[in-house]
Design a protein around this ligand. Structure first.
Ligand code: API
Length: 292
């Protein structure tokens, strides 16, 4: 039995157990992560962020070859223990943790690079907390359809990759969105090889005001279930709604999730169009826990 220190944090209600492991000594099994994330028998969270120096884990080695190098690597795990490439809310909370504990500094106007399995992601300060450049996005091939409890027929979805896989589903109305029963896993056909996070949005109702699009969404996360927020899912949703809206759609979006509001901005970069996510990051409490 090992006693470990942890910090609990969240970004718009997407909550995480944060475990500092700078020397990369903790090899957390899936069942241990699931036990820590269990909302009845453990601390309770949507996922776990292990804070490791890039030099101390194989996954982080590439982070040191980038310019500037990412000294810290976010080892993100879903509540079921599975590893995922990227976590948009998680990166903001990770950055907040590094800054509040003095493990890193971020002067106004500068950038904090953070290593992830999807590559190095650059974090900057924003009005609402932090902005993370999720990098170049891409539409994934195929025309998946999704069935969920509360919508009677399969609806078309758009596959979008922002470092991790998403399928965004067009929903007919706000009432239908509210009536979805996401306690049951939606059915995606064909299911992408590595699964997908599934977002539900009412695309025909984006409100565009002062050049900013505004939508509301819900999400069923791979390896978790319904969460109050999913940062990469919010980015994928804004990208999908912009695609569906066609020519002239805005590149700046506000997306409401059950846990709050996030900002999305699409912008040209050397390697193609990037998508950036901005929003708050909160650390709630610290504690110690015995690892089974
Ligand atoms: N909540 C995270 C996404 C976790 C994605 C994970 N569920 C996966 O398997 O990709 C976010 O804010 O982006």
């Amino acid at each position: 039995m090992t006693e470990i220190a942890f910090t609990k944090g969240h970004g718009t209600g997407n909550d995480f157990v944060i475990v500092a492991d700078p020397d990369g000594e903790l090899d957390l099994r899936d069942d241990q992560v699931a036990a820590l994330c269990d909302r009845r028998f453990g601390i309770g969270a949507d996922g776990l962020l292990r804070v490791v120096r890039s030099a101390n884990i194989p996954e982080g080695a590439a982070s040191l070859e980038e310019e500037p190098a990412a000294e810290w690597f976010m080892d993100y795990r879903n509540a079921d223990g599975s590893k995922a490439e990227m976590c948009g809310n998680g990166v903001r909370v990770f950055a907040k943790y590094l800054l509040d504990t003095g493990l890193a500094a971020l002067e106004p106007g500068s950038t904090l690079p953070i290593g992830t399995r999807a590559g190095v992601r650059d974090v900057t300060r924003s009005e609402t907390g932090f902005q993370v450049d999720l990098g170049r996005w891409r539409a994934t091939p195929g025309e998946p359809t999704v069935r969920a409890r509360g919508i009677d027929v399969a609806r078309p979805g758009l596959g979008i990759d922002v470092g991790n896989p998403h399928v965004v589903v067009a929903i007919a109305s706000e009432d239908e969105l509210a009536s979805l029963d996401l306690t049951v896993q939606p059915i995606v056909e064909p299911l992408p090889e590595h699964g997908a996070n599934i977002e539900f949005v009412v695309p025909q109702e984006p409100l565009v005001r002062d050049g900013v699009g505004h939508v509301r969404m819900r999400v069923f996360e791979r390896g978790v279930g319904e969460t109050l927020s999913c940062g990469t899912g919010v980015a994928a949703t804004a990208l999908a709604v912009r695609e569906w809206a066609g020519q002239g759609a805005p590149s700046h979006w506000r997306v409401d999730v059950p846990g709050g509001r996030l900002g999305v901005r699409m912008f040209p970069a050397e390697d193609g169009e990037h998508v950036a996510l901005s929003g708050p990051a909160t650390l709630v409490y610290t504690g110690t826990v015995t690892l089974a």
